[in-house]
Design a protein around this ligand. Sequence first.
Ligand code: TYD
Length: 141
Amino acid sequence: MNYKIIQIQKICDQRGKLIFCEGIKNVPFEIKRVFCIFDTKKNVSRGEHAHRISEQAIICLNGSCHFLLDNGLKKEEIILDNPQMMLFIGKNMWRKMYNFSDNCILMVLASDFYDEKEYIRNYDEFLMGSQLSKHETEHKR
Ligand code: TYD
């Protein structure tokens, strides 16, 4: 599975808490783009795509969110509920975000600028890319 949880340092003092992200250092790529997902509605899911090229590192700054991660052969679930957990997702990994808590804020660091052409939004196309036959996968879905 092309993902990992990276534990990031948290600096706490009387004034509050601070975390930091640095490209190539605690984030395993050069950061070219940052976007945030917030004000998510109840019972919605987001994501449901993979990236051909870009890598992402995701921090849940507030609240919690579930991730389904799928490499075409195996699916795993991760819960992000702590700003010290950074979820790194490599290329060619299908992801779905769901079960957003109230006031969930996701910050996403990306290795590339936004380019719709590098998204795979069709699950069958994703599976073909992961070289799994359609017949096999229909039993897993
Ligand atoms: P989308 O990929 O559907 O969001 P999610 O990752 O939650 O599934 O993106 C929603 C819209 O925002 C879509 O029209 C593309 C646009 N968008 C940008 O213009 N720039 C960006 O950096 C991102 C992430 C999305």
